[in-house]
Write a protein that binds this ligand. Structure first.
Ligand code: NAD
Length: 296
C-alpha cells in the first residue's frame, strides 16, 4: 500500500515559510507584498477560490485586494483595470481568475499583466522563460506538484514522467518543469492512443484531465509516484456528491510508492505556491534578496 502525500501539511509548511519571508521584507525593507485578484462574473466555484486566496494571503501577512467585476465587463474594461494594477506599487501580484466569460479573450487579458506581476505564470514571456530555462514566474499548480515530487523522490533524473493533459495551466508547464529535472517526459492528451499502456510505463504519473477516475489501478506501474491534479464532483445519490480526482485512488494506492489524495493533495499546494510567487514578485520588484523564496 503506497504512502499518501499529505499536500495539506506540505502546503501549511510552505505558507509558514512565506509568512516568515513577508515578515522579513516588511521589517527589514519596509515592503508589504500585495496580491490583487480579479474575478469577472459570479461563477460559484470561482467565488470560493477567490475568497480562499484572499484569506490565505491575509493569514500570510500580505495585502489582498479583491476586485469583483460584473459578467458583462468588456475586454477593454478588464484590461484597463489590469493596467491600473500594473502601475500600483502596493500591488506586486495580479491574478485574473479563470475561466473568463466567453466574450473575453483569455490570452489578451493575461498578456496585459506586467510579467513581473504575473503570479500565475501564464504570460507569454513567463511561459517562454520556462521553456528556455530562464528565471521567471512558474504556474502555481505545476510548481506545487513539483515541490511534492521533490519531497517524495528527491533527484528525478532519468525517470520516465507521464503527464496526462496538455493544458497551458497544468500539463504543458508541468512537462517543462520535469524536463528541467532531467526526466524523460511523455505528454498525453485526449487524442493519445494506448493511453493505459503509456501510463503503465510511468515512474512519475501526473494526471490533469478533469475526467473523474479516468486512470484505474491497472494503469499504474508498481512503485510509481502519482500526482492527481484533477478535481471532479461526482454524484453518489440524488442529494450526495463527492470530490474525486482523475485517478481511482483506492485501486491505484495498492500499487504505488506514493499518491496525492483529492481533496488534500495538489489543491492546497496551488494556493501556497500563489503566495510564494507573490513574495517572489515583491522581492524582484524591490530588488530584495530573501532566504525565504522557493529555490526550485
Ligand atoms: P483542461 O480542460 O484545460 O485540460 C484537460 C486536458 O486533459 C486536455 O489537454 C485534454 O486533452 C486532456 N484530456 C481530457 N480527456 C482526456 C482523456 N480521456 N484522455 C487523455 N487526456 C484527456 O483542464 P486543466 O485546466 O488542465 O485542469 C485539469 C483538471 O485539473 C481539472 O479537473 C481541474 O479542475 C483540475 N485543476 C486542479 C487544480 C488544483 O489546484 N488542484 C488547478 C488547476 C486545475
Amino acid at each position: 500500500m503506497g504512502n499518501i502525500i499529505d499536500g495539506k501539511a506540505y502546503a501549511a509548511a510552505l505558507r509558514e515559510e512565506v509568512k516568515k519571508g513577508v515578515q522579513e521584507i516588511r521589517s527589514v525593507h519596509g515592503v508589504s507584498p500585495g496580491l490583487a485578484v480579479i474575478l469577472v462574473g459570479n461563477d460559484p466555484a470561482s467565488e470560493v477560490y477567490v475568497a480562499s486566496k484572499g484569506k490565505m494571503c491575509r493569514e500570510a501577512g500580505m495585502e489582498a485586494f479583491d476586485f469583483r467585476l460584473p459578467a458583462d465587463t468588456t475586454e477593454s474594461q478588464l484590461i484597463a483595470k489590469i493596467t491600473e494594477m500594473n502601475k500600483d506599487k502596493k500591488v506586486n501580484g495580479i491574478l485574473v481568475q479563470l475561466p473568463l466569460p466567453k466574450h473575453i479573450h483569455e490570452n489578451a487579458v493575461i498578456n496585459a499583466i506586467d510579467p513581473q506581476k504575473d503570479v500565475d505564470g501564464l504570460h507569454t514571456i513567463n511561459t517562454g522563460r520556462l521553456a528556455t530555462g530562464q528565471e521567471g514566474m512558474i504556474p502555481c499548480t505545476p510548481l506545487g506538484c513539483l515541490i511534492l515530487l521533490k519531497h517524495v523522490l528527491g533527484d528525478m533524473s532519468g525517470k520516465h514522467a507521464v503527464i496526462v493533459g496538455r493544458s497551458n495551466l497544468v500539463g504543458k508547464p508541468m512537462a517543462q518543469l520535469l524536463l528541467r529535472e532531467n526526466c524523460t517526459v511523455t505528454v498525453c492528451h485526449s487524442h493519445t492512443k494506448n493511453l493505459a499502456e503509456i501510463c503503465r510505463q510511468a515512474d512519475i504519473l501526473v494526471a490533469a484531465t478533469g475526467k473523474a477516475e479516468l486512470i484505474t489501478g491497472e494503469w499504474v506501474k508498481n512503485d510509481a509516484v502519482v500526482i492527481d491534479v484533477g478535481i471532479n464532483r461526482i454524484r453518489l445519490s440524488d442529494d450526495t456528491t463527492k470530490l474525486v480526482g482523475d485517478v481511482a485512488f483506492a485501486e491505484a494506492r495498492q500499487r504505488v510508492k506514493a499518491i496525492t489524495p483529492v481533496p488534500g493533495g495538489v489543491g492546497p499546494m496551488t494556493i501556497a505556491c500563489l503566495l510564494a510567487n507573490t513574495l517572489k514578485a515583491a522581492c524582484l520588484q524591490n530588488k530584495i534578496q530573501s532566504n525565504n523564496l522557493i529555490n526550485i
